[in-house]
Design a protein around this ligand. Structure first.
Ligand SMILES: Nc1ncnc2c1ncn2[C@@H]1O[C@H](COP(=O)(O)OP(=O)(O)OP(=O)(O)O)[C@@H](O)[C@H]1O
Length: 651
């Protein structure tokens, strides 16, 4: 058996080449191997000596006996590990690190010829200096030479002997004819496998790219992706249309396509998430951009402002169709009394926040009107306003109405399930009217929505996030319901983050006349009102508040057949029966009530003056007798000490 000796520079190279030789001639020759860095003690005698590189030629000669046949190996990169390079991102700068300039350049050239040219190679060998920051380095086993600071080092292992060197060895061993075919098969097998992988990857890439292209071209928005230098990596058809660009624009710079330096500055600015309006070819576009930091890609979308406005109009049209819109604004709330003006002021401030609101007020005071106005003055104004009334919503329906259900959740459930009102209100406001009438079970569920901002449909297992502002209203005293254990305390405080109390109409009598005229005008009519009716309107206590006033106007307008509204045109029961107290006594009692609310003393002189303002001419004596009457009836009692009158009960 012939003896073949391999001498390599390092142990790593020795092991790799030894294994390679075993694959080709292990069965016909005895192979020994040495590495200079391990040290060689004895003199070497062999039929063939293979030196791994010219760099160790002189060193090797020292250990050889005379007469050995010397072969210096020609080496190439290992095909098997080269596929690792395919995962380096496209366009990346990559150091190729080897032990000398010649082999470094040779390897780079060879990699390029193999088709691995998706990255930019920078040669690096002892003596080179590195002036830029580089993330990737490839080296065939020369890790020690790789400069510090490179984040990813890919060691593709020592280079292997090429097929020409193998042929030379086979010839020297006189087995060329017998072995050459096997040798080429082993060698080609590796190349074919690499070539196949390269082809597969390129096919997959093409397919993925085609797919992305179809998806992007199908998008309504125009999309552009580029790096921090402005080099374009992706665009879609809509974008090319906006820019009037023809053909392939990938790889080109955005500066070529935008004549406005303002747009280029904005696109390349360091702002990561931004949205701004620019004009391109006479049309306004909202350009929104965000950065994929890891990939170093900036993505910008272009939406025509005209399209957005059109879309918003459509959304609003759809909301109107479904009835999910707020009908009133603060300007629709009529009344100039201090109480109402103050309530409107507070309401406007509440509208500017996005906090939960609790509105309290007697029935018919305008709670829904205020909820609607708050929504319309908030940032959610173009989104749905959905109103739910708990007093008219049957307990068994409430849950499915509010939270929706999945198909098959219960008998009678619609196919495909149903969205609940919380989902319908997404992005907007939900108005929970008469919240005091919600069952304790429902209160628990509402508390969950307030805390978690998410819902689950009945029969479903998916958690659905909802972005809804809650405005609740009640004509009950919720605080008292909490004390009685009929309303959850935790829900009460979650609702009462912002609080608005709407004053009853009897506490702002100045508004009555204005509201009365407003409702009549709204009917497109005009009437004179008799003094009697006018006095009655101002002095009536309005337990049903503005709703009652509105209803009475409806009634009057329907029954009045002349130009003047008189006593006959008032609902009979209200004027005569609803309250058996005589009208003059009622007026005086109302005056005392108003004064006591303001903390003012109800002296006879004051009462006389206000009576006159309200169209009731009474002398001080006449007032005294009437006060006596009211006292007898238990409505008032004389104030001790300072004089005047104290209210005991109201009508
Ligand atoms: N200040 C106002 N200006 C004009 N219209 C008003 C005013 N206040 C109330 N209204 C009208 O009165 C009616 C009752 O108002 P709304 O339904 O808002 O009252 P509410 O307090 O929510 O009543 P409830 O407690 O019975 O639900 C509505 O038709 C509303 O438009």
């Amino acid at each position: 058996m012939k003896k073949v000796v391999l001498i390599a520079g390092t142990e790593h190279t020795r092991e790799t080449l030894h294994e390679q030789l075993m694959g080709y001639i292990g069965d016909i020759a005895h192979i020994e191997s040495y590495a200079i860095d391990e040290g060689i003690k004895n003199k070497i005698e062999a039929d063939i000596v293979i030196i791994s590189t010219n760099l160790i030629y002189d060193d090797s000669l020292k250990h050889l006996k005379e007469g050995c046949k010397l072969i210096t190996a020609r080496r190439i990169l290992n095909y098997k590990v080269i596929e690792n390079l395919l995962f380096i991102p496209e366009g990346e700068k990559v150091l190729f690190v080897n032990d000398c300039k010649e082999t470094t350049l040779e390897c780079i050239d060879w990699l390029k010829r193999l088709g691995l040219s998706h990255v930019e190679y920078i040669p690096y060998y002892p003596g080179c200096s590195l002036k830029q920051e580089i993330n990737y380095a490839i080296t065939p086993g020369e890790i020690d030479i790789v400069p510090q600071g490179v984040k990813h080092v890919i060691d593709i292992g020592p280079r292997l002997m090429d097929i020409v060197t193998i042929a030379e060895i086979l010839k020297e061993l006189e087995v060329y004819d017998k072995k050459w075919e096997d040798a080429t098969i082993i060698y080609l097998d590796k190349i074919v496998s690499l070539a196949k992988k390269l082809a597969d990857i390129s096919k997959e890439k093409t397919r993925a790219f085609e797919h992305i292209k179809i998806v992007m071209d199908g998008m309504k928005e125009a999309v552009l992706a580029f790096d921090e230098k402005g080099r374009i990596s992706i665009s879609n058809e809509n974008l090319r249309f906006i820019l009037g660009a023809k053909g392939n624009i990938i790889g080109k710079n955005i500066r070529e396509f935008f004549s406005s330096y303002k747009i280029v500055d904005y696109l390349l600015s360091h702002e990561k998430d931004a949205s701004s309006v620019f004009e391109i070819k006479g049309e306004k576009y909202i350009i929104t951009k965000f950065t994929l930091e890891k990939e170093n890609i900036i993505i910008a979308t272009f939406k025509s402002q005209k399209d957005i406005e059109e879309l918003e109009k459509k959304v609003i049209r759809d909301l109107y169709k479904k009835g999910y819109y707020a009908k009133y604004s603060f300007d629709d709330i009529i009344g100039k009394s201090e109480e109402l003006k103050h309530t409107k002021e507070v309401g406007r401030k509440i509208a500017k926040t996005d906090l939960t609101v609790l509105i309290e007020g007697e029935s018919g005071t305008g709670k829904e009107l205020f909820a609607s106005a708050i929504h319309n003055e908030s940032l959610r104004k173009n989104k749905p306003f959905v109103a739910v009334n708990f007093s008219s919503l049957p307990e068994n329906l409430a849950e499915s109405e509010l939270f929706g259900y999945e198909e098959g959740a219960f008998t009678g459930a619609l196919k495909g399930g149903k969205k609940g009102l919380f989902e319908q209100a997404n992005g907007g406001t939900i108005f929970l009217d008469e919240i005091g009438d919600a069952s304790l079970r429902l209160q628990t569920k509402l508390l969950r929505v307030l805390q978690e901002k998410e819902i689950m449909r009945i029969g479903g297992d998916k958690i659905i996030p909802v972005d809804v502002r809650i405005i609740a209203a009640t004509n009950k005293n919720l605080g008292q319901l909490v004390e009685k254990g009929e309303f959850r305390e935790d829900l009460y405080y979650r609702l009462k983050v912002m609080y608005l109390k709407i004053p009853p109409l009897r506490n702002r009598r100045e508004d009555i006349k204005e509201l009365f005229d407003y409702f009549i005008n709204k009917k497109g009519m005009s009437f004179k009102i008799s003094l009697e009716v006018s006095n009655w309107l101002v002095n009536y206590n309005w337990p049903g508040n503005i709703r009652e006033l509105k209803n009475i106007v409806e009634y009057m307008v329907a029954v009045c057949d002349g130009k003047e509204i008189s006593k006959r045109d008032l609902p009979f029961d209200i004027f005569y029966e609803h309250n058996p107290l005589r009208q003059d006594l009622k007026i005086i009692l109302n005056i005392i009530e108003d004064l006591s609310k303001k903390g003012e003393n109800a002296s006879r002189r004051k009462i006389e003056g206000i009576c006159k303002e309200r169209g009731l001419n009474l002398t001080e004596q006449m007032i005294r007798t009437r006060l006596k009457e009211l006292e007898k009836m238990g409505y008032i009692k004389p104030r001790k000490g300072r004089g005047g009158t104290v209210l005991v009960k109201t009508i």
